[in-house]
Write a protein that binds this ligand. Structure first.
Ligand SMILES: NC(=O)c1ccc[n+]([C@@H]2O[C@H](COP(=O)([O-])OP(=O)(O)OC[C@H]3O[C@@H](n4cnc5c(N)ncnc54)[C@H](OP(=O)(O)O)[C@@H]3O)[C@@H](O)[C@H]2O)c1
Length: 244
């Protein structure tokens, strides 16, 4: 899809990958609906991004997600692209996963994007075109100790995305999944940890071999993935070899 002049919803637009993507898209002439809970942050960001529209919504709340989609449609008149970037991590060994915390993560990282997808699909079908991009994680492709709560929800999101892609081809709606590598955002700070101190950190000398990406780098990958209609958008080509 040529993104110029299109209407794009970006969830998680107050920080990190969502913010970088919204900023890049606005520079390319896109009308962006900026979605997150921190409305003051979004209002300030919106002042810098021409034609953007800040909307406060908690992506764990079905009624707020539906309201957010309605507000975007009412404001811009259409919705061409949905980018589900809002999310949070949760690290714990399988034995110690707190079930309530896991349910909350599942709600945010899987159910929220799913509700947003369902809400825009109806609109996109009427428009006879659309793009949906879900931000999963490279961890969805791996089996890393302590990361099963996060990798499992991101694997679920990837599975929903790729299945929806097959189902919606006939409606000219293209669904993509993004696998970021470690990216320099507030993600690590916001990750809930039920691990022993430092347990989730790599052992000395066995740390990641590659430096983390900037959110701007990933935003560029997302834009290219939308323009090329890629099913899977990998932060790096070497990640393709990690698919289980
Ligand atoms: N950074 C990485 O290394 C990395 C790697 C792989 C995948 N990812 C994925 O990339 C996506 C973006 O993460 P990030 O790195 O940009 O992290 P971040 O800087 O922590 O940003 C997270 C965003 O999600 C929003 N958010 C969190 N809970 C929300 C809720 N209940 N309702 C609405 N919005 C909510 C936050 O906004 P508010 O707090 O204002 O609501 C914020 O805008 C996530 O899905 C994450 O899982 C990140």
């Amino acid at each position: 899809m040529n993104i110029k002049n299109k209407v794009v919803i970006v969830t998680g637009a107050s920080s990190g990958i969502g913010l970088a993507t919204a900023t890049l898209l606005a520079k390319r002439g896109v009308k962006v609906a900026l979605v997150a809970r921190s409305i003051d942050k979004l209002r300030n960001i919106s002042k810098e991004l021409p034609e953007s529209f800040p909307i406060c919504a908690d992506m764990t709340k079905e009624d707020e997600i539906k309201m957010m989609v309605r507000k975007t449609k009412n404001h811009f008149g259409r919705i061409d692209v949905l980018i589900n970037s809002a999310g949070q991590g949760y690290d714990a060994p399988v034995e110690k996963i707190n079930i309530e915390t896991y349910r909350t993560m599942f709600n945010l990282d899987v159910v929220g994007p799913l509700v947003a997808m369902q809400s825009v699909i109806a609109i996109m079908k009427k428009q006879k075109e659309g793009v949906i991009v879900n931000i999963s994680s490279g961890t969805a492709l791996m089996a890393l100790p302590n990361m099963s709560p996060y990798s499992s929800v991101k694997a679920a999101l990837a599975s929903i995305s790729l299945t929806a892609r097959e189902e919606l081809k006939k409606d000219n709606i293209h669904v993509s999944v993004v696998y970021p590598y470690m990216t320099l955002t507030d993600f690590e700070k916001n990750t809930i940890k039920d691990t022993e101190e430092n347990q989730a950190e790599p052992e000395e000398g066995k740390g990641p071999l590659r430096p983390p990406d900037t959110p701007g780098y990933l935003a560029q990958k997302i834009l290219e993935g939308i323009e090329n209609n890629d099913a899977e958008i990998f932060a790096h080509d070497w990640m393709k070899k990690m698919i289980r």
